[in-house]
Design a binder for this molecule. Sequence first.
Ligand code: S3P
Length: 417
Amino acid sequence: MKIVGEILLPGDKSISHRSLMFASLCEGVSKISNLSSGQDVETTRTCLEQLGIKSTRIGNTIEIIGGEFKNPDSDLDCGNSGTTTRLMMGLLAGKQIKARFIGDESLSSRPMKRIIDPLSEMGANFISNNGYMPVEISRGVQKAISYVLPMGSAQVKSAVLLAGLSLDSSTEVIDAFQTRDHTEIMLQAIGADLTTDGVTSSVSNQKKNFKSFDIEVPADPSTAAFFASAASLLKGSDLLLKNVLLNPTRIGFFDVLKKMGGNVVIEKEWQVNGEKVGNVRIKYASLKSFELFEKDIPSLIDEIPVLAILATQANGVSKITGAKELRVKECDRIHAICENLKKMGVQIEELEDGMIIQGSQKLRGTNLSTFDDHRIAMSFTIAGLLTRRPIQLDDPSCAKISFPEFYKILNNLIKFV
Ligand code: S3P
């Protein structure tokens, strides 16, 4: 079995959420094509509609008209989406909108205190379930702050910057973790008063009329990682991933794959709406183990589940530390990875902030849980390509959160020679 062909994947999830939210701040019509097809991004679109921001789908393009936000008539149901919830809390706190956020079981167990804390310091009021959903904003932000990010979270950084966008004085966020910087790039592109030196970003309301924009969202590198992994693991594979987002804060996975001895070639590179984009060719390669530390984590945070699968096939022992943020993703991903790999017969040690994975392991086909987490479902589907007996996932359909077409596209790329 091998992976052969070329694909243009749906748009990056982070940029898709932001395109919708930021277009809602602009004067006139913005046109967004190749938007992520995942349910999470649709959740953002629905919440914006509840807030009075209309959007229309015309073919593969969403047209969205910016305007005044209104208080929603009912709860904002953020489903499974942490990005919708956290960015929207910042945005609405800036706009003095009163709203109550709810979510599914997974989202309701994820910490919101990390957003409530800085926004409360800015004078906003929240009623929450002890820092968890449901969360209600009863008063928006009143004053600018300087905020040092306590954890490597682009969602927290973005929430503070979005709230700060409404204040006269300058709000500053200091991000020593170098988390993804799409908020900064896109806010600058629409003409907001945002400056950044890559660590400290400052915003204020000094510029008010934001320019609408057209964007073709580059392919999601986090989704691309599943296919790149499959191609790296299966002999004879040759896969071209087209228009992939290559923002330096997002390509940790490809850097690690290269260091592992992966056959990764960027064939062409260009810029789209201030973001680096390129075509990436991946071929099968024999891989060696890797080590990841805290500083490496933000640029590949969502790719760790599939990196763990690669580690089981690499020569040597791989070690991941400094990744405790994985415990508060859509599920506790450290636990989920370790539990499933153990069931597959892999020697793996669970650490509080990571794991130690023995390489060159034979994977056993068995029943596995997705833990209701799209990235666990897709990562273990890739692992299942290596087993003699098929794996059985309890709920493969949860992949729809970021990538409903995952199984179809994967099947189309698999060739039996
Ligand atoms: C995201 C940031 C990351 C990432 C998530 C999307 C974003 O979360 O895991 O999938 O779009 O800002 P954190 O910022 O909480 O690490």
